[in-house]
Structures are given as C-alpha cells and as structure tokens.
Design a protein around this ligand. Structure first.
Ligand SMILES: [Zn+2]
Length: 69
C-alpha cells in the first residue's frame, strides 16, 4: 500500500521521504546510500523503507464504493 506516514517504532515522520527514496532506487542507486542521503539514521526507520512494497497501484482498481442500500 502506501508507506506509513510515521515509523511504527519511534514515531518519526518518514512518509514524505518515500518518493525521493523510490526514485533514487529506481535509478539504480544503493538503498542504504539513499537512506543516508535522506538522513534516515535509525534502523527502525530504515526497515520501513527497505521492507515496504508499493501495492497501491495494484489494489486501487478494486476499491470501488458499495452502492447505498
Ligand atoms: Zn524509527
């Protein structure tokens, strides 16, 4: 889905960094290098990026609203 706005463990705001991280990795840059550059130092926050799977584009077509009864 969408990356969580805050880290689950330390509650640090990380959601705004996702796009820059994903763009860098898509360009072939090292994930650890990107996180260093973005200032993500704690390993609890780093795992949020490394373990994240962006599924929103796969799931969104199925999220239709139900008709009112
Ligand atoms: Zn954290």
């Amino acid at each position: 889905m969408i990356i969580p706005v805050r880290c689950f463990s330390c509650n640090s705001v990380i959601g705004h960094l996702w796009q820059r991280y994903a763009n860098g990795v898509a360009e072939g840059r090292d994930a650890g290098e990107m996180l260093d550059e973005l200032g993500v130092k704690r390993y609890c926050c780093r795992r949020m990026f490394v373990s994240h799977v962006e599924l929103i584009d796969s799931v969104a077509p199925f999220s239709v609203t139900r008709p009112q009864e």
